[in-house]
Design a protein around this ligand. Structure first.
Ligand SMILES: Cc1ncc(COP(=O)(O)O)c(C=O)c1O
Length: 389
């Protein structure tokens, strides 16, 4: 009997066999894979045979992207998750249990602080927030039950640079581990595992992908700490989608080039802004006046990242005027894109904090944060010169 369309349609043919491999990786969208028999399914699901069964457990695009992150960090293990927040959550879920304690940078990204201070505390995990650039404050906050110290390589928005090797020493001397959120630096500028960190998380959403079209995160670490990580990602459903992974792998291909250009642009923007009357203060780790310039040079060499903070003399009214006038520089509360963008921490990333808490962190209403892009430095300076006298 001739097969009917009803029976042909749901069964697409096997992909053609090819002796050659594509240069551009394919996107594997399938949510499930066909297994030869129960024995094979069992071996695949147990991880004793290589291959895929169900997308939540793993898929080729996630593994390709994770492998690239692993190589970029010179690490033993890496995995990707559905967002930078998912990556941080996965490490916390893999490492901690009720009764444990975390010492975290008070300067952490706002949503990371919410995860620690509102979610972890609900699960019986205590958190102490400290100025992460103050070794004595970090040491004093440690308790016998402290399991993790959490820092960012470059903090937002004041771009403080903690000494990661020293933080690792402090944590290890106490039997704790150091987790570093490397989002503002990326492995093109800093590889915290080489400085002694035990865990690195990256929001791939930002500089790593660089094209403002995915939300993804990565966890990078050592084989010794890794045992619970794959199970946590699968069980809590923190997985990344294949198309996002494919896009991010494509973005990563140009990471080193993009950073080189953006960091050189950022340095010249910082030098340019320093000389402006309308600017009260410029914050950039590449400036000799930055409080952590020496540490940054030691940890990063001669590239200090793509972020530049600057405070306008006229406070909020001056910021509003800047936003209206700077038509060529989008006001976009993210970072690490191809294009130069500007953000206003007091009304975006740090709006959840009281004015007093913002003041304690040194964030005033006149502070703007530029995420410097890969345009020519002349273009960026012209765009800024038009709005900052
Ligand atoms: C430093 C830092 N870490 C983590 C995150 C969270 O990443 P995602 O938005 O990919 O969840 C962000 C987001 O802005 C961030 O700035």
């Amino acid at each position: 009997m001739k097969p009917k369309p009803d029976d042909i349609c749901p069964h697409p043919p096997e992909p053609p066999v090819s002796a050659t491999q594509p240069i551009a990786p394919p996107i594997a969208l399938s949510s499930v894979y066909r297994c030869a028999d129960p024995r094979e399914a069992d071996a695949l699901l147990a991880g004793s045979a290589a291959g895929y069964v169900y997308r939540r457990d793993g898929h080729p695009n996630a593994d390709t992207l994770a492998e690239q992150c692993r190589r970029l960090h010179g690490a033993e293990r890496a995995a990707v998750c559905g967002s930078g927040m998912a990556a941080l959550a996965a490490v916390l879920l893999a490492e901690l249990r009720p009764g444990d304690h975390i010492v975290a940078a008070i300067q952490l990204y706002g949503r990371s602080r919410v995860l620690l201070e509102q979610e972890c505390t609900r699960l019986g995990i205590a958190v102490t927030s400290v100025d992460i650039t103050n070794d004595q404050a970090v040491t004093a906050a440690l308790r016998p039950e402290t399991e993790l110290v959490i820092a960012e390589t470059i903090t937002n928005p004041l771009l403080r640079v903690p000494n990661l090797a020293r933080l690792a020493e402090i944590a290890h001397a106490h039997g704790a581990r150091l987790l570093v959120d490397n989002t503002f630096a990326s492995p093109a500028i800093c590889r915290p595992l080489e400085l002694g960190a035990d865990w690195v998380v990256e929001s791939l959403t930002k500089i790593m992908n660089g094209h403002s079209d995915v939300v993804l995160g990565a966890i990078i670490g050592s084989a010794a700490n890794w045992e619970r990580v794959p199970g946590v990602i699968t069980t809590w459903g923190l997985v990344a989608a294949p198309f996002d992974c494919w896009l991010a792998a494509r973005g990563l291909a140009t990471l080193a080039l993009r950073i080189q250009r953006a960091a050189a642009n950022a340095q010249s923007v910082a030098d340019f802004l320093v000389c402006r009357r309308a600017v009260r203060e410029v914050v950039y780790p590449g400036l000799a006046t930055h409080p952590d310039h020496a540490v940054a040079r030691q940890q990063f060499g001669d590239q200090f990242g793509a972020m530049v903070g600057f405070s306008l003399v006229g406070g909020l009214p001056a910021v509003e005027q800047f936003m209206k006038a700077a038509a060529e520089i989008p006001f976009a509360p993210s970072l690490g894109e191809l294009a130069t963008t500007v953000s206003h921490p007091a009304s975006t990333s740090h709006r959840g904090l009281s004015p007093a808490a913002r003041a304690q962190l040194g964030i005033d209403d006149g502070l703007l944060r530029l995420s410097v892009g890969i345009e020519s430095s002349e273009w960026i300076q012209r765009a800024l010169a038009a709005v900052v006298s």
